[in-house]
Structures are given as C-alpha cells and as structure tokens.
Design a protein around this ligand. Structure first.
Ligand code: MLC
Ligand code: AMP
Length: 514
C-alpha cells in the first residue's frame, strides 16, 4: 500500500537542517523544524494512545497558536480527521457541529471547558482536552509524557483528512469531507503555480479555522520548507513591519484595505516581498489599483472554496496554456489551475459560449469527497458527469480568465467569512413578536460586504431593532451579526410572493457609504 498521508509529504519538504527556524511568533518565540517534528510526534502518540476507532474526528476550537498548528499536523500524522471550529462560534453552533460530527476527541480552551465538554460528553465524545494560548492545558501536559518518535499512520489518497463545516442556503451546515489526496494535489499545484522559491518566508496572518489560513497558507509554506511569521491576530502595522523579513503574504481583501490605511505601507516597506495573494472574497478593483500604486506590486487574486480548496488563480508568471499570458488582471480570478476542469453552464444545463454568464461547475483532484453523512445533498450538488456545482456565477473570457459576477447561493461574504442569511433569518423569525425577516448583504468599506436585517412584526407587537441584534449576539458568532436592523411594515414581494431581496439591497446599499 502506498503512503499518501499528507503529513508525510509535508514532512519530506522540511529543510535538511532541522535546527533552523520553522515558525516565529509575535512574542518572538522560535520553533525549529525539529520542534515541529518532535511535538507533532508527541501529540500523535497521545492521540494513538487513546485507542480511537479508525476515521475518528478530532474537533478543535482554540485560539490561533503554534500549538494549534501542531495539533492539526499531529492529527494528520496519526491518521485521524481534523475538524477545525471558529472560536467565534457559540453554544448552539458548537452543539450542532459536535452533535453532527460526533468527534472522538474535542480540544477547547480552559475557559470554555465547562460548556464545551458538556456538549461533547452528551454527543458521546470520550476525550476532551484543553489548550490555551499561553501553551498550558491538559493536551500539552498529556503529550509531554509521550515519546517524540512516531511513524506516520498509513493513509490512502482517498482517506479523509479534514471536515470543514460550511453553512447551507437552506437547513443546517454541511461538513465538507476533504481527503489527503485533495489537499496534497492542491498544495503541489500551488507550489509550482505561485513559484514558491527556496528562502521564501510567509507572513501567516489569517485564522486557522478555514481553508485559506489552514490549508492554502500552512500547506503552501510547509510543502516548500518555508518559514512562517505567525501572527496570532492580524494587525496591519505589525504585518507591514514584518515585510522586510518576509517574501509572501496571503490575505482576504479586508486585510489589504486595512494595510492601505497605514502610512507605513510604501515601496520601501515591501522591497523584500515577492508575492501578495488575495482571495476568499471579491477584491475591489480600487484596492487592487491602489495597492499597485502604493507598493509597485500587483496583487494575485485567486478563487476557491471549502469544498474544493483552490480552483483558479491569476498567473504568477507566464501560463504556458494561455499563449504565455502572464498578466494579473484585477477583477478576475485568473485561470483554472492545472488539473482543474472549470465550465460555465446555463439554466438548461448546457455549456455556455465564451463570455456568457452562468453557473460555475468544477472537477479535479482537489474536489471534495462529499458532505459528511449527507449522501442526498452530495448527489444534488454534483452533475451527472461529476462536476461540482459551486453556487458561484461567472464567466470565462476568450483569453481564459475567469470572472465571478455573483452567487446563486444566498450568501454574504463579510471580511472573508461566509454568513448565510437563511441561518440568521431563522433565528430572527423565532423571536417573540417577529413576523418575518430578510437579511441582505450591502457594501461596506472595511468588510467588503456586511449583513443588514429587515424585520416585520406580528400585529400589535413592539420590538426594537437593537433588541433583535442583542438577541442574535447572545446566540451566534459575532461576525454573523447584521451591522444594522430595520423594523418595517412589510417586505417587498414579487407576484409569486417571494421576498425581493434585490430591492432591499438597493434600498440599503448606501448605508455604509463605500
Ligand atoms: C470581525 N467582525 C466582523 C468580522 N470580523 N464583522 C463582520 N465580518 C467579519 N469578518 C466584527 C466582530 O463581530 C466585532 O464586532 C468587531 O468586528 C471586532 O472583532 P475582532 O475579532 O476584533 O475583529 P478583527 O480582528 O478586526 O477581524 C477582522 C478580520 C477577521 C478581517 C481580521 O474577520 C478575519 O480574520 N477574517 C478572515 C476570515 C478568513 O480567514 N476567511 C477565509 C475563509 S476560507 P462587535 O460588534 O462584536 O465588537 C474561504 C475559501 C477561500 O473563503 O477561497 O479562501
Ligand atoms: P467558503 O465556503 O468559506 O469556502 O467560501 C467559498 C466562497 O467564497 C466561494 O464559493 C466564493 O463565493 C467566495 N470566494 C472565494 N474566493 C473568491 C474570490 N477571489 N472572489 C470572489 N469570491 C470568492
């Protein structure tokens, strides 16, 4: 049997001198490659000592730290399935994810242990460990007793490596099942496509609960044996101050907007940098152009999603497939990556001619295995010939550049985080006195897009907009809370009785004057 464990491929890319620095933190701590090798062995040994069944899920809700990175790598190494959870998620959200995924192991902060462990034990989880930002907690205490030698567990390319929950337009979140093969193929493609070089250093500024920070950034650096400057939390001033020691930066558009607001960002500050990559949300052409003017660098925009990892990218250098086209075009997400088959289909299911707008469908070694325990939903999201329906709407021009013009899924992308209106509306509609609600996305100068809630009341009811938002805040992750709420007499509807969200978007589009 071949050994396709992703950890093995990442480990094989570590530099030969394991004593050099692999990760450097904001606090000035330095972790060598040997530290990563030994610590992941210890945590992997701890996981294996628990006698977990094959395919066990390991759910982790902890703040970003190098130890959280080690936890991820150790889970791969031990052959289990990693399930990252955003620290903003609150009780109801965690209850759903843990109840649905039934992890054998849960790792949370000491501060959250009481409520998280209660949920976990109720769901049948046997082991709950704590891991704190200051490197304390039962996980490391127990791992410290383990050997620092460990043979990575044999995995096939098709075996699950991670489950990422992504919300649905209707119903509850779905767990996208990603395999070792999905992630390794994507990491190798991007290593080549983005021209990773010996000596590259990545500023890791994103959270590690989602594809961008967890896979694109971490795998990108590790598969190239590159050092990471590890920011526990993004701060524009600090990110700019790291640039003289770094070469690659990855961020959602909000990070670029925030860095542009810093006078320290100029050509001298970025002199050492090789590449700036953006994705997870549309990059405004104004941001793209301003960045070019201020720094002399052209941001490389790419497009992906939890179910597929990366799908398209603007070129780093000339792309041989497209007559050596090497231009990074603002407003586009570039070309389908090598190995990715991307097509644009119309409502009738027919492939559309070049330049026409339709549904983006994709196929490739990076496309996920399906939704966790949702075979029907999985079947619905794939075409008969095996293409995944992304829910994004776009076009491909005659030179092969893909442009995303919208989404068929009702989704708001706020500061790079996905917010599903259906989920928020469900909570609002359950509130006392509320008749119904609509949540729409409107432009925002910092987050790109934010949610606005529009609510109607039952006859005689009196509900204040502030109380709607306060009630939501008590239940949901903070980034999902609409930035404004309006109580109105009625919602606009079409002749079919469907709420016309486009009219609401139009009405409230100037709220945050971009
Ligand atoms: C924070 N807030 C947000 C928000 N982030 N509101 C809307 N959208 C967001 N994204 C709000 C909080 O609710 C809080 O409000 C206030 O801002 C301050 O919170 P904070 O935590 O201090 O915010 P900050 O640190 O400034 O965070 C902003 C951010 C963060 C942009 C750094 O959102 C972020 O890291 N975004 C990146 C997300 C990401 O990694 N996405 C990749 C997904 S993968 P209040 O009222 O409570 O004070 C993917 C696939 C792909 O999409 O292609 O990559
Ligand atoms: P997620 O489910 O969190 O992985 O989010 C994936 C979604 O983010 C995609 O389906 C797109 O709608 C969006 N997305 C990612 N990258 C880009 C981009 N560069 N431009 C526009 N939308 C993007």
């Amino acid at each position: 049997m071949t050994q396709d464990n992703l950890f093995v491929a990442l480990r094989a890319s570590f530099p030969s001198d394991l004593k050099t620095v692999a990760v450097q933190t904001d606090e000035g701590l330095q972790y060598s490659w040997l530290d990563l090798e030994r610590s992941t062995a210890m945590v992997a040994n701890l996981l294996q000592s628990l006698g977990l069944p094959e395919g066990s899920r390991v759910a982790v809700q902890v703040e970003k730290s190098v130890e959280a990175l080690i936890m991820y790598l150790a889970t791969l190494r031990a052959g289990y399935v990693f399930l990252p959870l955003n620290t903003a998620y609150q009780t109801a959200e965690i209850e759903y994810f843990i109840g649905n995924a039934e992890p054998a192991v849960v790792v949370c902060s000491g501060a959250n242990f009481a409520w998280v462990s209660k949920i976990a034990f109720k769901a049948g989880t046997q082991h709950v460990f704590t891991l704190n930002e200051d490197r304390t907690g039962s996980l490391l205490d127990r791992a410290a007793l383990q050997s620092d030698r460990h043979t990575p567990v044999q995995r096939r390319a098709d075996d699950l490596a991670a489950i990422l929950y992504t919300s649905g337009t209707t119903g509850r979140s779905k767990g996208a099942m990603l395999t070792h093969g999905n992630m390794l193929s994507n990491a190798l493609t991007l290593k080549d496509y983005w021209g990773w070089e010996k000596g590259d250093v990545l500023i890791h500024a994103l959270p590690i609960f989602h594809v961008h920070g967890l896979f694109v950034a971490i795998h990108g650096a590790l598969i190239n044996g590159s050092k990471m400057i590890w920011m526990a939390k993004f701060d524009p001033k600090r990110a700019i101050s790291y640039m003289p020691q770094a070469t690659v930066f990855m961020g959602v558009p909000t990070l670029y907007v925030r860095m542009l607001a810093e006078p320290a960002l100029d050509k001298a500050a970025v002199k050492n940098m090789r590449l700036f990559i953006a994705g997870s949300a549309p990059l405004l052409i104004e941001t793209f152009t301003e960045w070019q003017e201020r720094t002399g660098h052209t941001i490389l925009e790419r497009y992906g999603m939890s179910e597929t990892a990366m799908l398209t990218s603007n070129p780093y250098a000339a792309d041989k497939r497209y007559a050596k086209q090497s231009e990074r075009r603002g407003g586009t997400v570039g070309f389908p990556l090598p190995g990715v088959d991307l097509r644009v289909h119309g409502d009738d299911g027919q492939k559309l001619p070049v330049g026409e707008i339709g549904a983006i469908q994709v196929k490739g070694p990076n496309v996920f295995k399906g939704y966790w325990r949702m075979p029907e939903k999985t079947a619905e999201e794939f075409t008969a010939d095996g293409f995944f329906k992304t829910g994004d709407v776009g076009k491909v021009d005659e030179r092969g550049y893909v442009t995303i013009v919208g989404r068929s899924k009702d989704l708001i992308i706020s500061g790079g985080y996905n917010v599903y209106p259906a989920e928020i509306e469900g909570y609002i509609n359950d509130m006392k006195g509320v008749a119904e609600s609509a949540v729409v996305g409107v432009p925002h100068p910092d987050f790109g897009e934010v949610g606005v809630a529009v609510v109607t009341l039952k006859p005689g009811a009196s509900v204040q907009p502030e109380s709607v938002l306060a009630e939501l805040k008590a239940k949901l992750a903070n980034f999902k809370i609409p930035k404004r709420c309006f109580v109105v007499p009625e919602l606009p509807r079409n002749t079919m009785g469907k709420v016309q969200k486009n009219l609401l978007r139009e009405k409230y589009k100037g709220l945050f004057s971009v």
